[in-house]
Design a binder for this molecule. Structure first.
Ligand code: IFM
Length: 480
């Protein structure tokens, strides 16, 4: 039974009551919502190039206009305030701020984010700034992209420019969003920009993303007030074996290394897992890990961001490696899992969202508890969680999305249970504030709590937005 307390007085012991300082946020990213891709000096990112390449996105859709947040940010902030949100996680578009990925910042680009942040602060909404949500300046990709070591240094330089401009007013900083996707979907399976399909390049990219994170975190520390928090948002996988068979357990450990250990190892524990290095030895020799990189990557963090949608169910392939991949990120003949061609992904049982992702809030509980054990003392944020549904306005123009309310209730209840069991979760960012450009899926998948009419760009809060706002205002989960 859901632990709703909507009709009875909430007691602090109730599992549906959240700590008073808990942040109730929503998240977005620059390319998915801003549009205005040719304004004020912005140049193409790898996602502009990719989405304009025939066959790369559903219907050839691009982020050229997206939901025009660049021009409508004031109304969007007012809407967040009206709903009752207390935090907002957005990303800065690297090519808007530093168009070639090198050299000085463009003032107009920085000014946009300064205006956005000031608007948030004026409405009492805490900004959380992500420096990189996948929109690498195309010039840096042309110079080799993330598989190239220099990109890590360019990222740190860009991070410093943004921190010098906004470090006085933004307290929550996130270096990278989901570097697994940047490395393995961008350079491995090729379903994300820049669309390369080279397993060795994907592993090199992962290392340089880790290095970039560490160098950027140090650059931020050097220029920002000590009170600011530095974190990273990882789409840490919840990997479950299909059976207790030792071969299936080994398959699950291999995917865990490639999804989790490859980032948590260097960032939290100061080394890549030996099992990861061994399992990928036929793909790469890791010679691009230089002396000193381990120290550069292992910078103390102030918090860890966890993005969670669905668990993965895996087994050993038992002879055959064919069949569809059910890892949920789009169709490709190329695997995003280097060195794991003999691992099979299975559809987890249960209800699914419009993405085909199984709804399983226990996965979120398990993830939070895992990092509570693995990184004791490190505050956690759920920096993304949400669901896509085929939402449509009713004849009166209202958008009812009871499935999303049930999804949010289930996952927030899992967070509350983890807090009761000792986890230090400080906030939750619903993905996403607005319907938006869902990468290779174009505009076909609606993740927003706010419906966007793509013809008029009019915003209509769905019933889930009102439900979530009520939770934010009261600190208690309303009934479903
Ligand atoms: O839309 C994406 C987001 O950009 C990164 N995390 C997953 C979301 C849903 O696919």
């Amino acid at each position: 039974m859901p632990d709703s307390v909507s009709s009875s007085p909430a007691s602090p012991a109730s599992p549906a009551v959240f700590p008073p300082a808990f942040l109730w946020g929503a998240a977005t990213s620059a390319y998915q919502i801003e549009g205005a891709v040719r304004e004020d000096g912005r140049t193409p990112s790898i996602w502009d190039t990719f989405s304009h390449t025939p066959g790369r996105t559903a219907g050839g859709e691009t982020g050229d206009i997206a939901v025009d947040h660049y021009h409508r940010y004031r109304d969007d902030v007012a809407l967040m305030a009206e709903l009752g949100l207390t935090a907002y996680r957005f990303s800065v578009s690297w090519p808007r701020v530093q168009p070639t990925g090198r050299g000085p910042a463009v003032q107009a680009g920085l000014d946009f984010y300064r205006r956005l942040v000031d608007e948030l602060l004026a409405h009492g909404i805490r900004p959380a700034l992500t420096l990189y949500h996948w929109d690498l300046p195309q010039e840096l990709e042309d110079a080799g992209g993330w598989p190239q070591r220099d990109t890590a240094f360019r990222f740190a330089e860009y991070a410093q420019l943004v921190a010098e401009a906004l470090g006085d007013r933004v307290e929550q900083w996130i270096t990278l969003n989901e570097p697994w996707c940047s490395a393995f979907l961008g350079y491995g399976s090729g379903v994300h920009a820049p669309g390369r399909t080279d397993p060795a390049a994907a592993l090199r990219a992962a290392h340089h993303l880790n290095l970039g994170h560490g160098l950027a975190a140090s650059a931020l520390r050097a220029v920002m007030p000590a009170r600011n928090e530095i974190a990273i948002s990882l789409n840490s996988a919840v990997v479950r074996p299909l059976s207790p068979d030792p071969a299936d357990l080994a398959a699950a450990r291999r995917i865990d290394d490639l999804a989790n250990g490859i980032f948590h190892g260097p960032l939290l524990h100061g080394a890549y897992p030996a099992s990861l290095l061994a399992a990928t030895a036929s793909v790469t020799d890791w010679s691009y890990v230089h002396d000193g990189d381990t120290r550069a990557m292992h910078v103390p963090l102030d918090a860890l961001g966890l993005n969670y949608y669905t668990p993965s169910l895996v087994s050993a392939a038992s002879g055959s490696t064919g069949g569809p991949r059910a890892d949920g990120h789009g169709a490709s003949d190329h695997s995003p899992w280097p060195g794991a061609d003999d691992v099979r992904f299975h559809q987890t049982p249960g209800e699914r969202t419009e993405m085909g992702w199984t709804i399983d809030p226990t996965g979120l509980y398990d993830l939070v508890m895992r990092y509570t054990r693995e990184a004791p003392g490190l505050p956690l944020y759920v920096t993304e969680n949400g669901a896509a549904y085929d939402d449509k306005p009713d004849p009166d123009g209202r958008v009812h999305d009871p499935e999303r309310i049930a999804y949010l209730h289930g996952h927030l209840s899992a967070v509350r249970r983890a807090i009761t069991d000792g986890a230090d979760v400080r906030g939750y960012y619903l993905w996403s504030l607005l319907d938006n450009f869902e990468w290779g899926h174009g505009y076909g998948k609606r993740f927003g709590a706010v419906y966007v009419d793509y013809g008029t760009l009019e915003r209509t809060p769905k019933s889930s937005a009102r439900w979530y706002g009520e939770a934010a205002r009261s600190g208690v989960l309303p009934g479903v």
